[in-house]
Ligand binder design. Structure first.
Ligand SMILES: [Zn+2]
Length: 207
């Protein structure tokens, strides 16, 4: 039985609902199959880290495997990004490769549940909501949850992007986060806007 057969046989019969639900179930089944394969054989060569497994958040929530490049077309952390951001990243990564620098993605899109998990961890680590907010955004304001941000590594790749990213509309937003990039299309002509010291200065983070 293929996942789509399974979706058909397990779906309620109301037509509109059925189409949507079949898609969703197919997605869940595919994710489930991938999860099983990932745990046993390392699908696409990727594995979850121990920390990700402990948190209970898999690739469907935006967890990122080691060694993820911007050219992957399977992992939700990338496929749920704004296509314009992903396109710019791929262009930049090709140029970086010509300079002998490889860009890796340490984080991209995240599900609201995964973001909230990260935020709670930050509150526990930093001791207060206010201090945690300097490091991890709320679900409602996170550019990662919106699919509008990526965290790039290693440091030399982030440094390459800091120097050349504006040509592709890719900008650092926070001085405190040299790895965090968002798309600012106007940067191609005008350069990147001034950075905030950290997310607590960013008006978007105030609710
Ligand atoms: Zn980030």
């Amino acid at each position: 039985m293929t996942p789509s057969d399974a979706a058909r046989t397990t779906t309620p019969r109301s037509p509109g609902f059925r189409a949507v639900t079949a898609r969703r179930i197919r997605g869940i089944l595919v994710a489930g199959v991938r999860g099983v394969v990932a745990r046993t054989a390392g699908a696409f060569g990727y594995r979850l880290t121990k920390r990700q497994r402990r948190g209970g958040f898999g690739f469907a929530d935006g967890a990122v495997p080691d060694g993820l490049t911007v050219f992957d077309s399977e992992i939700s952390a990338l496929t749920n990004l704004d296509p314009a951001l992903l396109g710019a990243l791929r262009q930049a990564a090709k140029a970086a490769a010509e300079d002998g620098v490889e860009l890796f993605v340490n984080s991209g899109w995240r599900s609201p549940a995964y973001q909230e998990h990260l935020r709670r961890n930050a509150v526990a680590r930093y001791g207060s909501e206010e201090e945690a907010a300097r490091w991890v955004a709320a679900v409602e304001t996170s550019a990662h949850v919106a699919g509008n941000a990526v965290d790039i590594g290693p440091p030399e790749a982030a440094a390459w992007l800091s120097e050349h990213g504006a040509e592709y509309g890719l900008c650092r937003i926070y001085r405190s986060e040299p790895w965090h990039y968002e798309l600012r299309p106007e940067a191609v002509e005008h350069g990147c806007p001034p950075m905030y010291a950290d997310p607590s200065e960013d008006p978007r983070m105030r609710r």
